[in-house]
Design a protein around this ligand. Structure first.
Ligand SMILES: [Ca+2]
Ligand SMILES: [Ca+2]
Ligand SMILES: [Ca+2]
Length: 287
C-alpha cells in the first residue's frame, strides 16, 4: 500500500525503496487495529494490546488519514502542532497515534525510556486529551479527557469514539530529549516521530499568514500577497499596517505558491505544501 502511494505518501522506484519508517508501520498498525470490547479478564489492555491488526480497516481509512513519516523534527521542549478537521457527517472514530524510536536504554535504569515525546489532543470545545489517558491497564477502549502527560510509553494514543465535528488540534511535544535520536543531524540533540491520524477529512483547512517586511525588518503596510494553487486558482490579500497578512481556510495537503508585492520592493515567491497552520510565512524584501 505504501509503495502505491495509498496514503498520499511519496514513493520510489521499487517496493524496497519506498518503505515507511519502522515507527510509521507500527503507528499505522496500532491506529487501524480493531479493538475487542474490554470484557472480563481475557480482553484487558494487557491481554489485547491495541487490538487485532486489520488491513481492511487500514485500507478503508486511507482517504481519511494523515501520516507523518518521521519528516518532522523536534529539539528539546519544542512542540509541533497540527490542525485536523472532523466532518459533520463522519461516522468514524477519531484515532491518533504517536510512535517514536527511543535510543537504547540502560538495563539498570528505573525507567526504560530515554527521551520523552508526548501527545496532546485538544477538541474543538477545548477539552484536552493526553496520550494513553484512560487506555492503559484497567482502562477502557476509549480515551478519557484530562489526566496528565504520559511520561512512560513510546507509543501514545488518543481514541475518541464519537468525535465532535470541527477542528481538532494535535500537538507533539518534546517534553524531554536527553539523547540524540537522529544521527542524520550530528551534534544536534533532536528526535523525529511518526504520527497517524484517522477519521479526519484530509481536506482540512487552516490559516496561513506571516509578515511582509523590508530588509531592515520594517513592516510593509498594504503589501499584496497572492496565493496560487496548482490549478492556477488565485487568492489575494493585503497586509495590515504592520505588514501582517493572513489567509483563512487554506486547504491542507496541497502545495501553493505565495508571492508578495509592494512598491519599490522585490520578494522571492515561496512554494509550500501546507499541512498545518502557518503563522510565519514571512516575506523579506531583497536588499
Ligand atoms: Ca510521553
Ligand atoms: Ca541529531
Ligand atoms: Ca528517524
Amino acid at each position: 500500500m505504501w509503495h502505491n502511494g495509498v496514503f498520499g505518501n511519496p514513493t520510489a522506484g521499487s517496493v524496497f525503496e519506498s518503505r515507511p519508517h519502522m515507527t510509521t508501520a507500527k503507528a499505522v498498525m496500532i491506529n487501524t487495529a480493531v479493538q475487542w470490547e474490554m470484557a472480563g479478564t481475557d480482553l484487558t489492555r494487557v491481554r489485547q494490546g491495541f487490538g487485532r491488526a486489520d488491513l481492511t480497516n487500514l485500507y478503508n481509512l486511507r482517504g481519511k488519514m494523515f501520516v507523518v513519516n518521521e519528516t518532522d523534527v523536534l529539539t528539546n521542549l519544542q512542540t509541533k502542532s497540527y490542525t485536523k478537521a472532523v466532518l459533520q457527517n463522519s461516522t468514524d472514530p477519531l484515532k491518533i497515534t504517536l510512535v517514536y524510536a527511543d535510543p537504547m536504554g540502560s538495563p539498570s535504569a528505573t525507567r526504560a525510556r530515554v527521551n520523552d515525546l508526548t501527545l496532546k489532543v485538544t477538541a474543538p470545545d477545548g477539552t484536552v486529551y493526553w496520550g494513553n489517558n484512560g487506555l492503559g491497564v484497567g482502562g477502557g477502549m476509549w480515551s478519557t479527557s484530562g489526566g496528565a502527560a504520559n511520561v512512560v510509553d513510546t507509543a501514545e494514543n488518543v481514541f475518541i469514539q464519537t468525535p465532535a465535528a470541527g477542528l481538532w488540534t494535535i500537538e507533539v511535544v518534546a517534553s524531554e530529549l536527553v539523547q540524540d535520536a537522529r544521527p542524520e543531524t550530528g551534534g544536534v540533540i533532536d528526535a523525529d516521530y511518526s504520527l497517524v491520524v484517522s477519521g479526519i477529512s484530509p481536506a482540512a483547512t487552516v490559516p496561513v499568514g506571516g509578515r511582509v517586511t523590508t530588509n531592515a525588518g520594517k513592516g510593509l503596510a498594504n503589501a499584496v500577497v497572492t496565493l496560487t494553487d496548482t490549478n492556477n486558482q488565485i487568492r489575494t490579500t493585503r497586509a495590515d499596517r504592520l505588514g501582517y497578512y493572513r489567509f483563512d481556510d487554506v486547504e491542507t495537503g496541497k502545495t501553493y505558491t505565495f508571492s508578495a508585492k509592494s512598491k519599490r520592493y522585490v520578494f522571492t515567491p515561496q512554494t509550500v505544501t501546507v499541512n498545518e497552520e502557518l503563522t510565519e510565512l514571512n516575506f523579506v524584501a531583497a536588499p
